[in-house]
Design a protein around this ligand. Structure first.
Ligand code: AMP
Length: 323
């Protein structure tokens, strides 16, 4: 994930929580992709702070540095080095066809080359590690397709260089909607603060955001995402926080009002986040442990990345300094 904003409950449900499961079955690498964040203007001090915060949240959510590699992208220079070589194998048309580039460049004045070549850096992130699987959401599918094309193209010229990665589509998880506009996905960059529940929101803020969450003019606690998206989203959140099935929740709150349900939901979310927040604050209070984990992660990732980079440099005809 990019360290551009604070992580929120949707990131936890849609990504982090699943990653924690994946590390039990797979050899996983988790990066905080700070170089990608530079494609839009950033406040330098904030970017540095968020990078540590996202790392601390990965760990607090249960990413285990004994089982997985967790690292900051810019700590492994091979990412930018491979990007250059891959750029020389990417057609301009391929990058300009990317939906995300088209959308972002239509919205923003600063259309820099980094925004254009972003998918090539993403391809390097993946191919450096000979990844078999990449967990991606729908918005990243096209970028992964480009990664696959680049790997295949490169392998065509230089056989057996890259593993061609497959998308890993996680079991359909809950999609969390905005607390203020339940027709829209919750987003960590929503300008309206109270629409988003951040993982680090203190209990009082959680209570206030849930209290003010948009519902509807009906009175029953019923699950119907089409007709009653607001209350249904809150029921989903209650399910996320307690693990109880939706039907059980609906039965539990039969005959009760929104106020009571919202109070119970806020407390359940506070309870769910309590251990995560505690660990997060420990890691952020004394950063030596966090920085050590990231240093070790970068070393481990760097070794693997360097092997691939050497192979690529050699194949394309660059003179290796030690040969
Ligand atoms: P983003 O915040 O868009 O960078 O997304 C990071 C990860 O969080 C992606 O894997 C998304 O699938 C997941 N994610 C983002 N927003 C939501 C949401 N509202 N509900 C569920 N998952 C989400």
């Amino acid at each position: 994930m990019q360290p551009t904003h604070r992580l929120m409950i949707g990131n936890y449900v849609g990504a982090l929580r699943q990653w924690v499961q994946l590390q039990e079955e797979y050899d996983c690498l988790f990066a905080i992709v700070d170089l990608h964040a530079l494609t839009v203007p950033q406040d330098p001090a904030k970017l540095r702070q968020r990078t540590l915060e996202v790392a601390a949240l990965y760990l607090a959510a249960g990413i285990d540095p004994e089982k997985s590699i967790i690292f900051v992208q810019s700590h492994v220079p091979a990412h930018t080095q491979l990007t250059w070589v891959l750029s020389c194998f990417t057609y301009m048309g391929e990058c300009s066809r990317m939906t995300q580039f088209k959308e972002k460049s239509a919205k923003q004045k600063n259309i820099n080359v980094g925004l254009f070549t972003y998918p090539i850096l993403m391809a390097a992130d993946i191919l450096l590690y000979q990844a078999d699987l990449v967990p991606v959401g729908a918005d990243q599918k096209q970028h992964l397709e480009l990664t696959r094309n680049l790997a295949q193209r490169f392998n065509h010229y230089y056989p057996n260089t890259f593993t061609v990665p497959e998308p890993y589509i996680p079991p359909i998880g809950a999609k969390i909607m905005s607390l203020q506009n339940p027709q829209k996905k919750m987003s960590k960059s929503d300008p309206e603060e109270k629409a988003t529940l951040f993982l680090t929101d203190p209990p009082d803020v959680i209570r206030s955001k849930i209290r003010r969450a948009v519902t509807d003019s009906e009175r029953t606690i019923a699950y119907d995402p089409e007709k009653r998206p607001g209350i249904s989203n809150l029921i989903t959140l209650y399910h996320v926080a307690t693990g109880k099935p939706i039907e059980t929740i609906v039965a539990e709150f039969e005959g009760k009002g929104y106020k009571e349900f919202k109070e119970a939901l806020a407390e359940a979310l506070i309870e769910m986040l309590r251990p995560l927040q505690q660990r997060f604050h420990e890691l952020m209070a004394e950063k030596t442990e966090l920085k050590n984990i990231l240093r070790k992660g970068a070393e481990a990732a760097g070794q693997r990345a360097h092997r691939t980079l050497r192979k690529v440099y050699k194949k394309v005809g660059l003179l290796l300094p030690d040969t």
